[in-house]
Design a protein around this ligand. Structure first.
Ligand code: PLP
Length: 441
């Protein structure tokens, strides 16, 4: 029996009366199985989180085994999977001697990272610098951190001590630069200037996404190392929000690793791919230097479900699966292929203004009204009606694409079959021709 959940559930990020979606009853690999018997290829890993695909057998087995052993123990007690996962994260990220604080998802990881940064820097009311066109979650502080035009009216960022600076959006560089590397450097310099204007003594942290985010910005390679230098020189804690970009999405375990040691942040926040999204879990990873500043004082934060054993067991299995299945390298290889395929689409369709990403399986296609002027198809963050129609048509043909404004975000599970990937791109090619045919003159 199928129950109409519109009568009972308040759906996030939706106008309730407009919410309509098929019910998912199962899944396997990159495919979702629907209640009406259809199967759909998931080209967005649901919310850019199911990096291991759906129902990865190792994850399912680990959750089942942990459930049979011990479902829950609070933070006042030790828990084997919690200890194991924390050690694995410190090892994979090279944060030897650091510590991990577990949360339930990405927003509360960012909230707690800011709290910790303010505590260790002895700036309890210190400012936090974040970016326009960023997303860090939907709890109150996380929403204040997010530079999201949909929500900037909903929350008073200044009341949370948050300030925003322009993003390293090379295609529409806010600093007027046409060179991507220069745009990255200018964006990092804008952070340095903001810290200097406020006075480094009153800035507790800079919190940003290192490479890619669901707002479709892919930072040029010059950006993150320059940001690292600017914050280190000024004694300001740098927090990398890796909630979406980690676990292979950008071709590395953690996106900052693309720049090696010159990209190492002081703290990073994780969620989504941490458990392959099988069980909710987030984390704040602290460098040794930050962690040691907390060693002999009270940590004023906590959640009943911090380091929940079921979630941590899923996390351990997920990290093992990424390594055993070679998924980080696979994402790097398939990401390069997908990027090349998207570039070929750009040659064939004038509506594609820019293609970016491709360090891993995260490729952004930006649609424009005019390629020369780069005029957007619809004002951000509205989604053009023709793009909505394209998404509906794709769904009717069994492929689910994620869009945001004028963007198509290609972020399939890292386990996606190469033929499935090629089929999805071929479908996109056909639908772009159908929905964005050049006007006849
Ligand atoms: N940070 C980033 C970069 C994200 O993409 C998201 C979610 O999309 C979040 C934070 C918030 O995570 P959650 O929805 O688990 O609170």
């Amino acid at each position: 029996m199928s129950i109409d959940e519109r009568q009972s559930v308040l759906h996030s990020w939706s106008v309730q009366a407009d919410w309509r979606a098929p019910t998912v009853v199962g899944g396997q690999g990159a495919r979702l199985h629907l209640a009406d018997g259809r199967s759909v290829l998931d080209m967005s890993s649901l919310a850019e989180c199911s990096n291991l695909g759906h129902q990865h057998p190792k994850l399912v087995a680990a959750i089942r085994a942990q459930a049979e052993r011990l479902c829950f123990v609070s933070n006042a007690w030790g828990a084997e999977p919690r200890a194991q996962l924390a050690a694995m994260l410190l090892e994979r990220s090279g944060f030897e001697g650091g510590r991990v604080f577990f949360t339930l998802g990405g927003a509360d990881a960012n909230e707690n990272a800011v709290k910790i940064a303010r505590q260790v820097s002895r700036k309890p009311r210190g400012a936090v610098i974040a970016r326009d066109r960023s997303y860090h979650g939907a709890t109150h502080l996380a929403m204040a951190l997010s530079g999201d035009s949909r929500t900037q009216q909903q929350v008073d960022a200044a009341a949370f001590g948050v300030q925003h600076v322009p993003p390293p959006y090379a295609y529409r560089c806010p600093f007027g630069s046409r060179d991507a590397d220069e745009c990255g450097l200018r964006a990092a310099d804008a952070v340095a200037q903001r810290i200097d204007a406020l006075g480094a003594n009153s800035v507790a942290a800079v919190l940003m996404e290192p490479n890619a985010g669901t707002n479709g910005i892919v930072a040029p390679d010059t950006y993150w190392p320059a940001l690292r230098r600017a914050t280190a020189d000024r004694g300001v804690v740098l927090i990398a929000d890796e909630v979406m970009s980690a676990f292979g999405r950008c071709g590395e375990w953690f996106a900052w690793q693309r720049q090696g040691e010159s990209g190492r942040p002081d703290m990073m926040t994780l969620a989504k791919g941490l458990t392959g999204a099988a069980v909710p879990l987030g984390a704040v990873v602290l460098s040794r230097d930050v962690a040691m500043r907390l060693e002999h004082e009270m940590l004023y934060t906590g959640l009943t479900y911090c380091g929940h054993p079921l979630a941590c067991a899923a996390g351990v299995a997920a990290l093992e699966a990424y390594a055993e299945d070679g998924l980080i390298e696979r994402s790097r290889k398939l990401g390069a292929k997908l990027f090349a395929q998207a570039k070929r689409l750009q040659e064939r369709h004038d509506v594609i203004g820019d293609v970016r990403g491709g360090h891993g399986l995260f490729v952004v296609i930006e649609l424009v009204a005019d390629r020369d002027s780069r005029a957007p198809l619809a004002p951000w963050p509205q989604t053009p009606p023709a793009l909505k129609a394209l998404v509906d048509a794709a769904m009717a043909e069994g492929v689910s694409f994620a869009t945001r404004g004028n963007l198509i975000l290609l972020a399939p599970p890292l386990v996606i079959d190469e033929n499935e990937l090629a089929d999805a791109v071929a479908l996109l090619d056909r639908l772009l021709a159908r929905h964005f045919a050049p006007a006849e003159v």
